[in-house]
Ligand binder design. Structure first.
Ligand code: AMP
Length: 470
């Protein structure tokens, strides 16, 4: 039996079966460290990013501990909320809830998810039937508490996942209110990618003698990510992005921007320039966001332009590249952003476009990374049509090529108001799977993950520092 085999844990049969069906063989480092501790009922303060397997790290032992309450009664009173998992974004809540459902599928334990942007009624109906594990975003959970749709006085376990992001979004008052509804006697698990002083304060107030678990040193970036910082005036950033995508033969990338407005605008211009692009920001409806994400996961979209809030925690692994179109306002977001690439032992590319006005932000980033950052010049080559991303029909355009398009658009706007977003042939081109890298040891035997990575990216080291239990 391998050192990190799940069988070593003596999980109850229904949980072991679910794990086996997921195709997991060995535990990830966070699972190896956290599961035994959570099984003892101790509080945990975990430093781990999404993509490290932390959902299973807390859900499996929690489900195991909840099995004593398992029953097949139809009475809601027999299914009170026993475990509450709080997450900052709807997408993340949705992803975690889906995983919990899979792990619990052979038990009689019920789980549900509630998040904003969706009709409350179906959520209310589910809550009223009774659920043992409730996954929620703080705002919507408070709505349900106020509407008396759920009672939290029997909660035994609370998980604060992506806690740093919850604080960034301004969820602290909501969190404090929610925690005040819970019994004092409980186990609290807090996971965060970074440990700012605020997070430490939160932990000091709500955790009781926690066991600290770290699988990635806080405030460090994965060593398999090739990082470049290019000096690029604002006006040349789109051109720089197109050039790098083309030169590196990238099939997919995340493009991070600092504002919702910038996000929508950039996605529109890249789309006009022939790149299959979609935007992911907080102003999009839940449905639109899930669609955008889905299209990207399926490879129907090449570039996903996102704000930090919208992208945080998305379970998208092995994106070949991440672009910081804007240097992030909050240096810790740099770590979250580039954590999208080079995950699960694959190599990745992180490119930051630095404009002359970004000096202060770069200074903040250097402080966080504790190293001097070299900003490289970027030489533009002639980008007359020659390459393309997924789509054989559209060629790259240069800035000059783009002028008539903009002119046409202005004319259209004069005639009929703002131009409608260009029609995009989303679902009409199958995604070609690029070369697949060897999976890391803990994934061996797992069901095939979406390990798409460009053949043009050199692998640096097989296992990312992120995955080492340092
Ligand atoms: P998470 O960090 O919890 O979002 O998990 C990231 C991905 O890793 C999810 O798609 C999980 O299904 C997958 N995963 C979690 N644990 C394992 C494991 N032990 N072996 C293989 N895949 C895993």
């Amino acid at each position: 039996m391998s050192e990190s085999a799940f069988s070593k844990l003596s999980l109850a049969e229904p949980l072991a079966r679910a794990v086996a069906e997921m195709g997991y063989e060995s535990m990830t480092p966070i699972q190896e460290q956290a599961i035994p501790v959570v099984l003892t009922g101790k509080d945990v303060m975990g430093a781990a990013q999404t993509g490290t397997g932390k959902t299973a790290a807390f859900s499996l032992p929690l489900l195991q501990r909840l099995l004593k309450h398992e029953n097949s009664s139809t009475s809601p009173a027999r299914h009170p909320v026993r475990a509450l998992v709080l997450l900052p974004t709807r997408e993340l809540a949705d992803q975690v809830a889906q995983q919990v459902k899979l792990y619990a599928k052979h038990t009689n334990l019920r789980s549900a998810v509630v998040f904003g942007g969706m009709d409350m009624k179906p959520q209310t109906a589910e809550l009223k039937r009774g659920v043992e594990v409730l996954v929620a975003t703080p705002g919507r959970l408070l709505d349900h508490i106020e509407a008396k749709n759920c009672v939290l006085n029997q909660v035994e376990y609370v998980v604060l996942d992506e806690a740093d992001r919850m604080l960034d979004i301004g969820f602290l008052p909501d969190l404090q209110r929610i925690l005040s509804y819970l019994p004092k006697q409980r186990t609290t698990l807090l996971f965060s990618a970074t440990f700012s002083p605020e997070i430490k304060r939160l932990a000091n107030s709500y955790l009781n003698d926690p066991v600290t678990i770290e699988v990635s040193r806080p405030n460090t970036t994965a060593s398999t990510v090739e990082q470049h910082f290019y000096s690029t005036p604002d006006d040349d950033k789109r051109r720089a992005l197109r050039q790098i995508v083309r030169q590196r033969g990238l099939t997919q990338a995340f493009v991070f921007v600092n504002s919702k407005l910038g996000c929508a605008r950039l996605a529109r211009s890249l789309e006009r320039e022939g790149l299959k692009t979609t935007a992911l920001h907080g102003d999009k409806s839940q449905d639109e966001r899930l669609k955008a994400l889905d299209a990207f996961k399926k490879g129907e979209v090449d570039l996903l332009v996102a704000t930090d809030v919208a992208a945080r925690g998305l379970d998208i692994k092995d994106v070949p590249a991440v672009f910081n179109f804007d240097v992030p306002f909050n240096p810790e977001d740099y770590i979250h952003r580039i954590g999208r690439t080079g995950r699960a032992g694959a190599s990745g590319l992180a490119v930051t476009l630095v404009s002359p006005g970004d000096q202060r932000l770069m200074g903040d980033l250097e402080k966080l990374l504790k190293r001097k950052i070299e900003i490289e010049p970027l030489e533009f080559d002639d980008e007359r049509p020659r390459g393309r991303i997924n789509d054989g029909r559209r060629a790259w355009r240069s800035e000059e090529d783009e002028r008539p398009a903009r002119f046409d658009e202005r004319r259209r706007e004069q005639r009929s108001g703002p131009a409608s977003p260009p029609k995009d042939p989303f679902f009409d081109q199958p995604y070609e799977t690029p070369q697949v890298q060897e999976p890391p040891a803990w994934e061996a035997g797992a069901k095939p993950a979406s390990t798409r990575i460009s053949a043009n990216i050199k692998t640096k080291r097989k296992v990312a520092a992120l995955f080492k239990s340092e």
